[in-house]
Design a protein around this ligand. Structure first.
Ligand code: ADP
Ligand code: ZN
Ligand code: ZN
Length: 816
């Protein structure tokens, strides 16, 4: 029966807007609209733009104004679940942003089609037109003339109003792609396949071929051909070229037209359905692990505090196995994509194609594909970096946050500025799932929660296999210099340890927390240091590109040959970065294979994985890197870890600096001697008696924690207080100052002494905008949702003041 009722939908748009918007459902679409599915709506001035919006609610309450009709329906079934939307809404409230900001962050770009989206022909589109509709052909024709077009322009050109469902269909069938994909330097993965030439398909000609080759004594060719025949079921199937013996015989067979080669595109997501699996019950836990495991099987939230290489991952695998067996889902979060490579392999070994991987380094179509497969319930184990909390889970029973202390869990830019560990805790609460936070160096907050009984605490005190923690040797660089025992940036202690490791065919990791070659170029005569023209920071010298670069905005200039201020030619370089360490090492150890892992060397999608793979396979002897090398990687043959400059790490201005320094140094130390005794760490410093260094040397987390918790209590920091940091930005310093003073005064009139500032942050200008911050702190047990509303209101009022509408106000709740 026809449904003649009048329906309305409240929809969420992926835009920085405060709430939902109400649209009317045209009668013919009654019954086709579902909560959590996308519809197309017009929004904005003169309704010029179309967006995919998400249906949040369907109802019959006519709004007081005349609402617009939705234009079309994109999904027959929901693509976002109720639980996800609840998470988004919590996130918007808690982190003080708009639900649309969260939606824009949570949905993979492939699901955010809008009229402004640019599309282009899919690089793998065959050109086959026969299966296309008339309109689809028109789109293809248009795009072959104008390779990149906005959806709205296509709609105009071919005169189709309801263009988005059409484009969506074409994206799904890989006829077109959204242009963003190309910006990610989309390259289809291709590999070569070999097949038998058509003229040798019958038995007779095959026999003749072999006879001839044998007569001519082409033994190698016969060998290769035999192997090919076997693998290809006598020429009936194609064979990957890489599995055949590479060499001139194969080349000749190809050249003579016996075999032909074809490049084929492989699916983006590898197929693991045939992989041979290991049964997780074959893992035998040691006593400590078993005790931890027993505890972690209970309900609630737990902290697993286990020293580096104690086998936390093995315990996770057991926990995941239990969940998988019961038909439910587990989420495994890692702070950094660099780490996923190893863990993927470890998890796939046990769970095969039940494992789905999701992170921002994936291309848009990969992410969309994983999203849709998750929605279809294809995965039971979801592994990913922070954005994986946004996946459409079906039945989540376990959440693991590995390396829970890690800063990379916090998203800085743009909103939502969320902490994925905390979001994961909320997500787990929505599902009633158990949560395990794991770390060798827990965050002060989590350890405090474990101490006060909010979390259960499981502890692993020993490395697995009876191996000892590496010995940490501290080198007093002042003393070393005095004794003439320093060469470049290396003490002879460190050089000797590296030399010995190389001799014993072991590997070395060197940690330097700054990238680039030297950190500053300074005039010896007038002490001028070249600065960024957009930011309040000095430029960093990058030798590889011969440039001075700003690490905040990317501004870059060629290295000047003389001082821009006094024209002196005495320019000296101060401070060292990874590039310099890499180069110096190569000179001192010419035989060693040295590589570098930092932001500059891992810009491309797979470079991380390649570096890690090469290091794993011992194609690299010394790996130099920034904090990327400090994290939970498990390499077998690393015997020496060097911390080139510990003081740099400690002297970072933040209330967390000691905590972070301890974590980074302990973590990087933990890469040494994991599968053998005798790992050692050489830590170079000018402050050998610094308390953090002493804690690192003794591997004394407890001492670090006691000191930190004491300071946090005295100086009113988390976990006793909750911080909200407000940053104001504007091009004009005077406007900014006035606005910041006004806002601080308004806040003080409500929150009094809880307001600190405004003040200039460490870097007070970025990308041409001046910055000021105001910090608020609230007692932890005080509810802050009302306070947040008041703060938000004051921010809104600020924008309404004469001349201040351009002041950008940014909220950061629980700043890292
Ligand atoms: P963590 O995550 O605590 O740093 P890992 O889980 O990487 O430590 O364990 C360190 C090494 O010890 C890994 O190579 C792991 O395979 C091995 N290992 C740990 N526990 C076991 C176990 N119960 N059985 C076999 N190997 C184990
Ligand atoms: Zn000068
Ligand atoms: Zn800059």
């Amino acid at each position: 029966m026809e449904d003649l009722q009048v329906y309305f939908v409240d929809v969420l748009l992926p835009l920085h807007l405060p709430g939902t918007y109400t649209y009317r459902v045209p009668q013919e679409l009654n019954g086709q609209v579902k909560v959590g599915a996308r519809v197309v709506v017009q929004f904005g001035a003169k309704n010029a733009r179309m967006y995919s919006a998400l249906v949040r609610r369907i109802h019959q309450e006519a709004p007081h104004w005349r609402s617009k009709y939705i234009i079309g329906v994109l999904d027959e079934e929901p693509i976002v679940t109720e639980c996800q939307m609840e998470l988004w809404e919590w996130m918007a409230r808690y982190y003080m942003c708009c639900p649309g900001d969260v939606m824009a962050c949570a949905l993979p770009a492939g699901l955010k089609l809008a009229s402004e989206s640019a599309v282009t022909i899919h690089p793998e589109f065959t050109g086959e037109l026969s299966s296309l509709s008339k309109h689809e052909r028109q789109v293809v024709d248009l795009l072959s003339e104008h390779p990149v077009m906005r959806v709205v322009d296509i709609s105009r050109a071919i005169g189709v109003q309801k263009i988005m469902p059409l484009i969506r269909g074409m994206i799904e069938r890989e006829i077109v792609v959204m242009d963003e994909e190309l910006k990610e330097r989309f390259r289809p993965r291709k590999s070569a396949y070999v097949m038998l030439a058509a003229c040798f398909q019958d038995e007779a000609s095959q026999k003749a071929l072999f006879d001839e080759l044998e007569k001519k004594k082409r033994v190698k060719q016969v060998e290769v051909l035999m192997q090919f025949m076997q693998l290809s079921k006598f020429g009936k199937e194609v064979v990957p070229k890489r599995v055949l013996p590479q060499g001139s015989a194969l080349q000749t067979l190809i050249k003579n037209g016996v075999l032909t080669v074809e490049e084929r595109v492989e699916s983006r997501l590898k197929d693991y359905s045939d992989a041979e699996l290991t049964d997780p019950s074959s893992i035998v836990l040691n006593d400590e692990q078993q005790q931890a495991y027993n505890l972690l099987r209970g309900d609630g939230t737990f902290l697993l505090h286990g020293v580096t290489s104690s086998g936390k991952t093995e315990v996770y695998i057991k926990l995941i196995d239990e969940v998988v067996r019961s038909g439910k889902q587990a989420l495994f979060l890692l702070p950094e994509i660099a780490l996923t490579a190893q863990i993927i392999n470890r998890l796939r070994k046990y769970f095969g194609d039940k494992v789905g991987v999701y992170h921002s380094r994936f291309s848009m179509s990969e992410r969309t594909e994983v999203w849709q497969r998750t929605l279809a319930g294809n995965y039971q184990v979801l592994l990913g970096a922070r954005s994986a909390v946004f996946l459409p889970f079906k039945d989540l029973a376990l959440v693991i946050v590995d390396e829970e202390h890690d800063n990379s869990y916090k998203q800085y830019e743009p909103a939502p500025r969320y902490h994925a560990r905390d979001a994961a805790l909320y997500l787990a609460r929505l599902w009633g799932a158990r949560t395990v936070l794991g770390s060798a160096t827990p965050s002060v907050e989590s350890f405090y929660n474990a101490q006060t009984g909010k979390y259960g605490l499981a502890t692993l005190t020993k490395r697995y296999g009876g191996f000892t923690l590496p010995k940490v040797t501290c080198v007093d660089m002042k003393e070393a210099f005095r004794q003439g025992q320093v060469k470049g940036h290396f003490s002879s202690t460190l050089l000797q340890a590296i030399g010995e490791a190389l001799e014993q065919k072991q590997q070395v990791i060197l940690f330097q927390n700054r990238r680039g070659f030297s950190l500053r170029l300074e005039c010896d005569d007038c002490h001028e240091v070249p600065h960024c023209i957009h930011c309040d920071v000095s430029l960093v010298y990058h030798k590889a590109t011969g440039s001075l670069r700003c690490h905040y905005c990317g501004y870059s200039i060629p290295v000047p040959s003389e001082c821009p201020a006094c024209h002196s030619s005495h320019l000296k370089m101060t401070g060292v970065g990874t590039e310099r360490i890499e180069e110096d090492l190569q000179i001192m150890f010419p035989e060693a294979r040295v590589a570098r892992m930092d932001l500059d060397s891992t810009l491309q999608k797979n470079q991380y994985m390649e570096l890690i793979n090469d290091f794993e396979q011992r194609k690299i002897d010394i790996l130099v890197g920034t904090q990327m090398v400090t994290k939970g990687l498990d390499f077998e043959h690393v015997s020496v870890v060097g911390i080139v400059n510990a003081d740099n790490i400690i002297n970072y201005p933040s209330f967390r600096s000691y905590e972070h320094a301890f974590q980074q140094m302990t973590q990087v130390s933990g890469r040494a001697g994991r599968h053998g005794t005798g790992g050692q760490v050489i830590l170079q410093t000018y402050n050998p008696h610094h308390q953090v260094i002493e804690n690192v040397m003794k591997a004394d987390y407890q001492a670090l924690y006691e000191e930190q918790i004491q300071e946090r209590r005295v100086f009113l920091y988390p976990p006793f207080y909750r911080l909200i940091e407000i940053t104001l930005k504007h091009r004009d310093a005077e406007v900014l100052n006035a606005a910041a003073d006004w806002m601080a005064a308004q806040l003080r009139s409500v929150f009094a002494a809880r307001v600190l500032g405004p003040e200039y942050p460490l870097v007070s200008r970025i990308r041409g905008l001046y910055l000021k911050t105001i910090t608020l702190r609230f007692e932890k047990n005080e509810p802050v949702s009302d306070a947040k509303r008041v703060i938000w209101q004051i921010g809104d009022d600020l924008a309404k003041q004469e001349g201040w509408s351009g002041v950008n106000v940014i909220y950061d709740v629980d700043p890292a």
